[in-house]
Design a protein around this ligand. Sequence first.
Ligand code: NAD
Length: 487
Amino acid sequence: MTDSRIPADLPDHIQHYIDGAFVDSVDGDTFDVLDPVTNENYTTASAGKKADIDLAVASAKRAFDEGPWPKMLPRERSRVLHRIADIVESRDHRLAELESYDSGLPITQALGQARRAAENFRFFADLIVAQADDTFKVPGRQINYVNRKPIGVAGLITPWNTPFMLESWKLGPALATGNTVVLKPAEFTPLSASLWAGIFEEAGLPKGVFNLVNGLGEDAGDALVKHPDVPLISFTGESSTGQLIFANAAPYLKGLSMELGGKSPAVVFADADLDAAVNATIFGVFSLNGERCTAGSRILVEQSIYDEFVEKYAAQAKRVKVGLPNDPATEVGALVHPEHYEKVMSYVEIGKTEGRLVAGGGRPEGFETGNYVSPTVFADVYPDARIFQVEIFGPVVAITPFTNDAEALALANNTKYGLAAYIWTNDLKRAHNFAGDLEAGMVWLNSNNVRDLRTPFGGVKASGLGHEGGYRSIDFYTDQQAVHINL
Ligand code: NAD
């Protein structure tokens, strides 16, 4: 392994950021942070506990109660958010380099995620000044209008896949609406989150508005969820963690936004543009190392084109370039952490008993260390198979045949999840009707993951509760007080 892979100026320790200062944990505890290519510790991060969360929440509460942030005009907050977007944009290569090193994501894809983080801030900066609230008049009798108010301290809990971008998707609207925040990033990937503090200081965000506590979910995350002065929790992560957070937040009746797991189907009908469908479904499950919540990890293919599809798909999966995360040619890098690698590999082994292995199936040749998994394809997978039902969250896909629309729909809806779905057909009427019948929060017709940020983002069933995106995010992070006047 050459040193050129290692970014310059890596921190030898990552701290919390509370009340405008970088600090260690009250008890001095730390945890190790691994390089996913070697699985060696490259730095440590402060391991936050309840005492650290208490300090961060107190800082955020003070900044909320004393202002000026919640009371500033939307236009003034918008200017700060635009400056944040400018700074993120100007550091996109550095951000991508650090994110790719910490998470194992391919560098070109990490760069796209860094730019998307800037775009998230810019989007909410624009949206908040365009915000209009309802006013209703009963002529000569009443006026009713809405006061929209920031809620207080928002607790933001994020996962390790595309960490910086997903943090921006919560930070942008939470700050735009005038809340103050405590961010608890994922413990596998704390590196990029530590950059927010400097970016926010430079952009002029007032002290105490942004606070960051690193640490394990069961310590720092749990304390944030149970803190009585945190009325809102926005969580992205596994469905089982979401269930636990629901239960823990229940005694406090907190506002909850839950973006959870998925096992999304891609349905390919015989009349589809086959090459476009193959290309898109390859990207849909192997980009971001397969560590993508909206991954199309179950491909359902109409029987009459099934053999041709499987053959083309397997051939293309074998051409996906596995490589070092920092190599611009790499399409699949190293999975984030050895624990996650073990989980994904266990499903690769299970898959060998549940389907027909047509590509991959283990560690790629030439990668003796690190969390590398070959792009793996199983065909002929039955709907009760574990690899059909469980979110593997790695470069592993199950292909299943169907004979008619009704069977395709039943298969597509046959998991506990309902995050995304993809449909490939040239029959316009079928496409729209099928989309409407799918149990999925988001559907892509003959397309892949590109979306307007004004649209709702979120899942149904075990994939989440509540939708963010556009004005839905503004609604989540604000109280809407109705004021009524009799004339
Ligand atoms: P995870 O649930 O293990 O962890 C997510 C975050 O929750 C981490 O910061 C973790 O420390 C924290 N956490 C864990 N236990 C907690 C507890 N008891 N109380 C409070 N916080 C706790 O998820 P992960 O493995 O980091 O991420 C992968 C999952 O995220 C996948 O299921 C993926 O589908 C999902 N995801 C969903 C979306 C979406 O928008 N729907 C986007 C990205 C990822």
